[in-house]
Design a protein around this ligand. Structure first.
Ligand code: FMN
Length: 353
């Protein structure tokens, strides 16, 4: 794994972004530009993920990874009050709230697929895979990465056999990777900034670390490499790449750059950072820690808002630095990040003498 990421021409990783933004085209474009990209297996069926893997392989060869959501423990929280709360919203968009049911995102079938496909790297978020699943992947030559937000999670992932860790700071767009969503904390767990998290995790393990959260400029890439990361993983910076599947309303909201970001459980029941909109403001304080029940409940509302082009009830995931991301071909973004990183490191070397 260390060799794999250390041999990248550009130590930039396009984050897995479930829900549409990650596409085979994006992953392939980043790979061709010298970086590395992840397909997002979350929410997809095994069949769709299989198609995406084949499509990616056609152009990216073996320079790609796939990300999965680790299923959590089924929460016993009563979600009926949240469903009732959303009836007005649902009516506004002419739909019914979805069923508040738990599911495991088809995890077993997707894991079987990844074992069959011998994908180069599989990354996991929302928890650590059990050691026997890690072994199955190792047996077919796949390397395993786990997203962590604290030193304790890093210890757990290392104990399960992870080959690499993705250290995610609270700046990050999208869902926090917290293993167990602590309902007593708004962000589901400790809010460590990326540099602090890297330092604390490094003290726990010698595993290669990939850094994620709020990185949008080559100088940020240089900063995390200096702090000991083997590569920088960027999500929001690629959301408006031409090859990304980000829909037009979402792109326009990012482009307008007029909103703050906030961490909320309102859309899915798990803490995630996105652009503030009406739905987030009205429901965050009442959303229980119940994933994926809330994700299933809000799905028809989010889908209807998306179909209407209304950003006020869509989950507009974005990291803290989203205003600095821009529209361009992914290769241009990767080239720029590489040039900026080199420049920043040269300037830092001169500064230190
Ligand atoms: C739209 C979006 C979707 C995301 N989906 C996933 C996902 O499916 N799996 C995952 O591990 N991380 C996901 N993330 C989090 C990223 O892996 C990464 O931690 C984050 O993008 C880094 O912060 P940044 O967005 O400020 O670059 C997502 C992030 C965004 C913005």
């Amino acid at each position: 794994m260390r060799a794999m990421f250390e041999s990248l021409r550009v130590p930039v990783v396009a984050a897995p972004m479930a829900g549409g933004p990650s596409t085979p085209e994006l992953v392939a474009a980043v790979a061709r530009a010298g970086g590395f990209g992840f397909l997002a297996g979350g929410y997809l069926t095994a069949a769709t993920l299989s198609d995406q893997i084949h499509k990616t392989r056609e152009t990216a060869g073996e320079t790609f990874g796939v990300n999965l959501f680790v299923p959590g423990v089924r929460s016993m929280v009563n979600v009926t009050p949240y469903i009732e709360r959303l009836r007005g919203d649902a009516e506004r968009y002419g739909v019914e709230p979805g069923p508040g049911r738990w599911d495991d995102d088809g995890y077993a079938a997707k894991l079987d697929l990844l074992v069959d496909e011998r994908v180069p790297i599989v990354s996991f978020t929302f928890g650590t895979p059990v050691a026997s699943d890690v072994e199955r992947l190792h047996e077919v030559g796949t390397r395993v990465s786990v997203t962590v937000t604290t030193p304790a999670e890093a210890r757990e992932a290392a104990a399960a056999g992870a080959d690499m860790l993705c250290v995610q700071g609270f700046e990050a767009g999208g869902h926090r990777g917290v293993f167990d969503d602590d309902p007593t904390q708004d962000a589901g767990g400790a809010l460590l900034g990326l540099l602090a998290a890297l330092r604390l995790v490094r003290a726990e393990t010698d595993l290669p670390l990939v850094a994620a959260g709020g990185l949008v400029h080559g100088a940020d890439v240089a900063a995390v490499l200096t702090a000991g990361a083997v590569a920088a993983q960027l999500g929001t910076a690629f959301l408006r790449a031409e090859e990304a599947g980000t829909n037009a309303t979402y792109r326009a909201a990012l482009d307008a750059a007029g909103r703050d970001t906030a961490i909320t459980r309102a859309f899915s029941g798990r803490p995630a950072r996105g652009l503030e909109n009406r739905f987030l403001r009205e429901n965050s304080a009442n959303a229980p820690a119940s994933y994926p029940q809330l994700n299933n409940i809000t799905k028809p509302i989010r889908a209807a808002a998306t179909a209407e082009g209304d950003p006020e009830a869509m989950s507009l995931w974005a990291g803290q630095t989203y205003t600095h991301a821009r529209t361009a071909p992914a290769a241009t973004l990767v080239d720029e990040l590489a040039a900026q990183a080199r420049e920043a490191l040269a300037a830092t070397s001169r500064r230190l003498g």
